[in-house]
Write a protein that binds this ligand. Structure first.
Ligand SMILES: [Zn+2]
Length: 439
């Protein structure tokens, strides 16, 4: 059984429904703030109350709902979930802390930072058999109906465990449905039966997003237009009177611009991950937590490491779905070591060529790294491979010539992100020349 979240854009039935929803979200916020600041934080660390202890205080003759009767208007299980959210937030802080971030303590939340309500196990009804296609209705107890843009159907035999109704910072509503189901993914192939040519090593980089051991490369997404838009809308917002109607509109516009950029990045990652894990039996990548520390490149490193982490997650997810092994290998030395003979040479970041003093192997620096990643991956997975089967051997052609299938017009050595996003990237469907020569 897996648990998966399906998120949909949603529209409230009418203005009253929207008002009721926002009102109940704010009630949850009050409960959260009260539990956090009056019950939880004042107690010493060794004696923190459990969330059950706190949620028991909602009811009863001296309970919070008696003291603040308006809290009775919201669905009661949602108030319990608001208290449980303290524990969730705390776990998030802890995990940030263990990753070395400097985090403070949980704070009282203003309306802008508390935008969702969680229905757990009960209080909702999902109707996806409406007469319209791509349409479903969720009824939330005490709030009303929300219409979903039902672009992706829920798994048929799934159990809905939780639904989160959220007013995004853009002002739009969304509904996230958490479903537990048996996904019936395809089996991964037997390790003994894997042919090294059906596996691939991938080097994630800063200037080029992906370099693979078959000689392809994918550039980083061109974000200039998104960044310009964001900057423009920042400036626009700063010119409005704080809190005014036009300020609020400008703020939503800005949030939309950020969203757009997020979505484009996600789309790109997901498509690449899906295609690689569909095409190959095993995909090898570097362990990013370690890699982020070895690429000493200041700020761009932080940004890149975040996107690498999300990319790895996407590969793992799609790997499960597509029956493909996704294996992480230690990144130490992958750029220094020669993929053909194992000889190590120092290579500062600006040296883009790999030229082995020992065996004479000459190629692009990142291509050599991708081959080395593939070699390490095959070793870790337990697939027998020789130098010849790891890569394209001492390829006479450089990655620049093999980056694209021959039937495209593009002449650069790199597949443009635009093509991946817009066409769903047919670039992986045909093996590049070097790989086909091998097989
Ligand atoms: Zn060598």
């Amino acid at each position: 059984m897996v648990e998966e979240t399906f998120k949909y854009a949603a529209t409230p039935e009418d203005a009253e429904t929207a008002t009721a929803a926002w009102h109940d979200i704010q009630t949850c916020r009050e409960v959260y703030n009260h539990a956090l600041t009056q019950e939880y934080r004042p107690r010493p660390d060794y004696d923190k109350p459990s969330y059950t202890e706190m949620q028991n205080k909602l009811t009863g003759t001296t309970g919070w709902k008696q003291r603040w009767p308006e809290w009775k208007n919201a669905y009661s299980k949602c108030l319990q979930m608001a208290i449980r959210r303290i524990k969730q937030s705390e776990r998030v802080l802890e995990s940030l802390q263990t990753r070395g971030y400097n985090v403070g303590q949980l704070k009282w939340k203003p309306p802008r930072e508390y935008r969702s309500i969680t229905y757990n196990q009960s209080g909702f009804d999902v109707d996806h058999n409406t007469d319209r296609t791509g349409h479903a209705i969720v009824n939330f107890s005490k709030i009303g109906d929300f219409h979903l843009n039902y672009h992706r159907p829920l798994p048929e035999d799934g159990d809905i465990t939780q639904i989160i109704l959220k007013k995004e910072k853009t002002g739009d509503w969304s509904v996230s449905i958490v479903v537990e189901y048996d996904p019936q993914y395809p089996e991964k192939p037997c390790v003994e039966e894997i042919n090294p040519t059906d596996t691939v090593g991938i080097d994630l980089g800063i200037t080029k997003f992906i370099h693979d051991s078959a000689g392809r490369s994918f550039g980083s997404l061109d974000e200039q237009r998104d960044r310009d838009r964001i900057e423009r809308r920042h400036r626009n917002l700063s010119r409005k009177a704080y809190g005014s109607n036009s300020w609020e509109k400008a703020r939503q516009k800005l949030a939309q611009a950020y969203d757009q950029l997020q979505n484009r990045r996600e789309d790109y990652r997901e498509k690449l991950a899906d295609e690689y894990t569909t095409r190959y039996d095993a995909v090898f990548l570097e362990d990013l937590d370690v890699k982020a520390m070895t690429e000493d490149d200041g700020n761009s490193r932080n940004i890149a490491s975040m996107s690498w982490r999300q990319t790895i997650q996407a590969f793992k997810r799609h790997g499960k779905k597509n029956g493909c092994y996704v294996i992480e290998v230690p990144p130490e030395g992958t750029t220094k070591r020669c993929s053909q003979c194992g000889c190590e040479t120092e290579k500062p970041l600006w040296v883009r060529e790999h030229s082995c003093p020992s065996c004479g192997f000459e190629t692009d620096r990142d291509y050599n790294a991708a081959l080395e990643i593939k070699r390490l991956g095959l070793e870790k997975l337990g697939v027998e491979a020789t130098m010849q089967t790891v890569g394209q051997g001492m390829a006479e052609s450089t990655p620049a010539e093999t980056a694209l299938p021959g039937d495209t017009e593009e002449t650069s050595d790199e597949v443009s992100p635009k093509r991946v996003v817009e066409t769903g990237s047919p670039c992986l469907k045909e093996p590049p020349k070097a790989a086909s020569r091998q097989g």
